[in-house]
Design a protein around this ligand. Sequence first.
Ligand SMILES: Cc1cc2nc3c(=O)[nH]c(=O)nc-3n(C[C@H](O)[C@H](O)[C@H](O)COP(=O)(O)OP(=O)(O)OC[C@H]3O[C@@H](n4cnc5c(N)ncnc54)[C@H](O)[C@@H]3O)c2cc1C
Length: 384
Amino acid sequence: MEFGWSPEQTAHRENVRALLERELPADWDDIAVHGPGSDAQTAFSKIFCKKLADEGLLISHWPKEYGGNDMTVWDQFLMGEELWAAGEPRGPQYMNVNWIGPVLMRYGNEAQKAEYFPQIASGSVIWCQGFSEPSAGSDLASLRTKADKVEGGYLVNGAKIWTSYAGLATHCFLLARTASAGKGAIVILLLDMTSPGVQVKQIPALIGEGDIHEVFFTDVFVPAENLLGEEGQAWEIITFALQNERIGIPRYAFSRRMLDRAAEKLKADGRFENPVVRDRAGRALALCEAARLMVYRVVHQRATKAPQDAYGNLARWAIIQADHAVNDFMTEFMPEGLLGEDQMQIAHHQRAIAAGIASGAAEIQLNLAARRYLDLPSEPRRGL
Ligand SMILES: Cc1cc2nc3c(=O)[nH]c(=O)nc-3n(C[C@H](O)[C@H](O)[C@H](O)COP(=O)(O)OP(=O)(O)OC[C@H]3O[C@@H](n4cnc5c(N)ncnc54)[C@H](O)[C@@H]3O)c2cc1C
């Protein structure tokens, strides 16, 4: 097995680093601490994504026929690591290129591809993910938002919650229940967020400005051509989408940067000599490395087109553990940072708390590994 990077991969990583060096403004860290849903970061992400698009890097891992460059899965991940370590200047658009696009590629029809791909490729749109509801998070199968079949399409009524970036989103990847597809089947609708009857309300949250929202739907008409896949195919599509999302956020890269930064600060004032501090830093570092290597295993599976197994769930669990360990380390040995001195540490602290919940809670990842791959008895509620 080859553990090193090829000269081409090294050159690609250096190219992305050079681009970040060139394009990120001097006050980028001050912008990034507000979070990807903030006005400041979104405004910058539009400029940055346009730049990536111009350089052929925004959707470079997509096939050429859809406007990409056929970049390998590995190159895609190398780039993701660099972008996340830098604070993810793509902002909410990381979702578009990581999983909305690939899902449309596999399940969208030609008209949908023709409509949505050029928009995503140019970096001009923001999608949000309308899955969770007040009583349907881990237990997603109990969602209640209705899509009643009417002439020419569906009429949507209901509410979503915790929807990231909904305040800025132009489109929503919406899950709703419909009677027409059999007993309470779920459909996926590609919703235009400017449709009459859509109301978005921001939820004040510690993870950053403009990040999470409630979205209400009152008699929202969605044309039939905006149905993704077939009625009754939603679980298959969601499972594929979540596989792409689970390891699509290499937060271990940002945690590692925060850990290195913390070690430098502690060294500068002589506190890193303490063996307890070094031991705890070493443990946090080991968890960052474990997360990275577990993610690489999933990347390898994808690159070799091997079937996905429990490693996707376990890798996401490892990413969460790495985030928490780095946060715990900084909280214990650099509490002054949290008391108002260090905005990046505060932002990392706040997002590390949420990291174990968003994209499917940590416990659910373990449940899935236990149920699907170890054949252990199923938990009473269904989770994805
Ligand atoms: C920052 C952030 C951004 C988000 N963005 C989005 C978004 O863009 N779109 C979207 O649709 N959703 C989004 N979510 C919602 C997220 O997917 C849900 O919060 C998550 O799936 C958990 O669901 P819940 O909040 O209903 O909690 P619950 O499902 O009620 O879970 C509460 C706790 O109970 C545990 N638990 C639940 N069931 C089990 C079980 N069977 N076994 C063991 N433990 C269990 C969970 O692990 C968790 O710790 C976001 C959440 C956060 C925090």
